[in-house]
Design a protein around this ligand. Structure first.
Ligand SMILES: *Cc1c(COP(=O)(O)O)cnc(C)c1O
Length: 395
C-alpha cells in the first residue's frame, strides 16, 4: 500500500478546534483510480462523475477534483446550487444540473456556463427567458422519461417538449446538446425494462435528429449500466456510486470484482469502556442484555451522525481487528458494544464502522445489508457533524 498523506480536513465543518470524536476518512486517490477504471468500462464514451449530495457524502469539491484527475470530463449534480459551488470554486469542467423547480436561478446558471436538464415546458420557458435576458444561448439536455416514471417528459409530452425546444433553438436561445434518460432496473441488466427503455431512448434520439437537432451527447447509463451493459454507454456515462468505489450491483459482484476501491472509512474513538455484570440491559429500552460479566464500550456516534437507528442490535463494527455488533439501541449521539469478558480495549481505541474491507473491517455494503437498505444511503446520510478527512490527492 502506498504512503497516504493527510492533506486537509474539510474547512466547512464546525468545531475545528476540538479533537474529533469520529471521522469519515476519504481516500482521494481511490476516487481517482475508480474513475480511471470506469473510463475503461465506458469505452469511447466520456465520463461524468456524479458528485451530487456532497459527493455522496465524501465532500463535493475534493471528490470533484479527484474525479477530474482520473479523467472525468463532466460533473453531474442534482441541484443548481451544487453546480454553482463547483463553478465558483474554479472548476472548469462541463457541469450538468438536472433537478430544478420553478423560479430557479437559470440566469445565474447560464452565466456560469452550466448545462441544464429540461424535462418540461415550464423549465424550457424559464431557461429561454433567462437566456433572452442575458443575450446568451443556454445549453440544454432534454430529458425523456423512457419508463422510470420520475423526471423527464413522457409520451406525447416528449414530442411537445422537443418541438418547442427546437423552435427556441432556431431562435438562438437554447442549444439542445443532449438527449438523456435514466433506467428503472440498471442493477438488473437482463430485466425486460432495460431493453424497452433502450428502444424508446433510441426512438427519442432519432426524433430529435429528424427535428434537426445536432446532438453532442446521448446518455442513459449510471454506474450499474456502465459496469454491466456496455451497449448503453452512448456518448457519455453518468457514474456516481462506483466513483466512490462501491458496487451498484452487489448481487453481481463486490467492488474488488469490478476493480473498484471503496474510498470512505468511517471510524470513531471509544469514549468509555467499563465492566458490567451478567444480566445488565444496555441503552434505551434495554433491547440488549448482557449474558455474562463483560466489558462494554461506548461509541460516540449515533443517528444524528448517520448511523441508522434500525442498526440497533444489527450494525457491524470492528475494534482491533475483531468484529462486534451494535448492542442495544442506536441513540442520537452514541451506541454501545459488548466486547466480551476478555477484551482489553480502552477509551480512545479506534472503532471502525466501515471501510474498504481490506483489513477485515465491515463495509458500507455490510451496513446496507444489515439494515435493509442500499450502500448509497449509508454513505450519503453521514451527518455534517462528522468531519471529512482526506488522504491522498495532489502531491
Ligand atoms: C444519481 C444519478 C446518477 C448516478 O447514479 P449511480 O447509480 O450512483 O451511478 C445518474 N443519473 C441520474 C439522473 C442520477 O440522479
Amino acid at each position: 500500500m502506498r504512503d497516504k498523506i493527510h492533506v486537509v480536513a474539510d474547512p466547512g465543518v464546525a468545531l475545528p478546534t476540538c479533537r474529533e470524536t469520529a471521522r469519515a476518512t476519504v481516500d482521494l486517490d481511490a476516487i481517482t483510480a475508480n474513475v480511471e477504471v470506469l473510463r475503461g468500462h465506458a469505452g469511447s464514451a466520456a465520463l461524468m462523475a456524479v458528485v451530487k449530495a456532497d459527493g455522496y457524502g465524501h465532500g463535493l469539491l475534493p471528490s470533484a477534483r479527484a474525479a477530474l484527475r482520473g479523467g472525468a470530463s463532466w460533473l453531474g449534480v442534482a441541484q443548481l446550487g451544487e453546480a454553482m459551488v463547483l463553478r465558483d470554486s474554479g472548476i472548469h469542467a462541463r457541469l450538468l444540473s438536472w433537478l430544478h423547480i420553478p423560479g430557479s436561478d437559470f440566469a445565474g446558471a447560464i452565466a456560469a456556463d452550466i448545462d441544464l436538464s429540461v424535462s418540461a415546458l415550464w423549465s424550457l420557458g424559464e431557461v429561454a427567458d433567462a437566456a433572452r435576458g442575458l443575450g446568451r444561448t443556454a445549453r440544454i439536455h432534454l430529458k425523456v422519461d423512457t419508463g422510470l416514471g420520475r423526471n423527464g417528459a413522457f409520451g406525447d409530452d416528449w414530442q411537445g417538449l422537443l418541438h418547442a425546444a427546437r423552435v427556441l433553438e432556431v431562435e438562438g436561445l437554447v442549444r439542445i446538446v443532449g438527449i438523456w434518460s435514466h433506467f428503472v432496473y440498471a442493477d438488473e441488466p437482463t430485466h425486460p425494462t432495460v431493453r424497452r427503455q433502450l428502444e424508446l431512448f433510441g426512438q427519442a434520439v432519432r426524433e430529435a435528429e429528424r427535428a434537426g437537432c445536432d446532438l453532442e451527447v446521448r446518455h442513459i447509463a449510471n454506474s450499474a449500466a456502465t459496469l454491466t451493459n456496455p451497449g448503453s454507454a452512448f456518448d457519455l456515462v453518468r457514474t456516481g456510486l462506483a466513483v466512490y468505489g462501491l458496487s451498484p450491483v452487489p448481487s453481481l459482484g463486490d467492488p474488488q470484482s469490478f476493480g473498484l476501491t471503496p474510498a470512505m472509512t468511517l471510524s470513531a474513538d471509544l469514549a468509555v469502556t467499563k465492566r458490567l455484570p451478567c444480566g445488565q440491559g444496555l441503552s434505551y429500552g434495554h433491547q440488549y442484555v448482557t449474558t455474562q460479566d463483560t466489558t462494554v464500550a461506548l461509541v460516540p456516534m449515533g443517528y444524528a451522525d448517520g448511523v441508522p437507528r434500525n442498526a440497533s442490535n444489527l450494525g457491524p463494527v470492528s475494534v482491533a481487528g475483531v468484529r462486534y455488533t451494535v448492542a442495544g439501541r442506536v441513540c442520537m449521539d452514541q451506541f454501545v458494544l459488548d466486547l466480551g469478558p476478555t477484551s482489553t480495549a480502552q477509551a480512545g481505541d479506534r472503532v471502525t464502522l466501515f471501510g474498504a474491507g481490506e483489513s477485515g473491517e465491515p463495509t458500507a455494503q455490510d451496513w446496507a445489508d444489515a439494515t435493509g437498505t442500499i450502500s448509497y444511503e449509508i454513505i450519503s446520510r453521514i451527518g455534517s457533524r462528522v468531519p471529512r478527512v482526506y488522504l491522498g490527492g495532489p502531491r
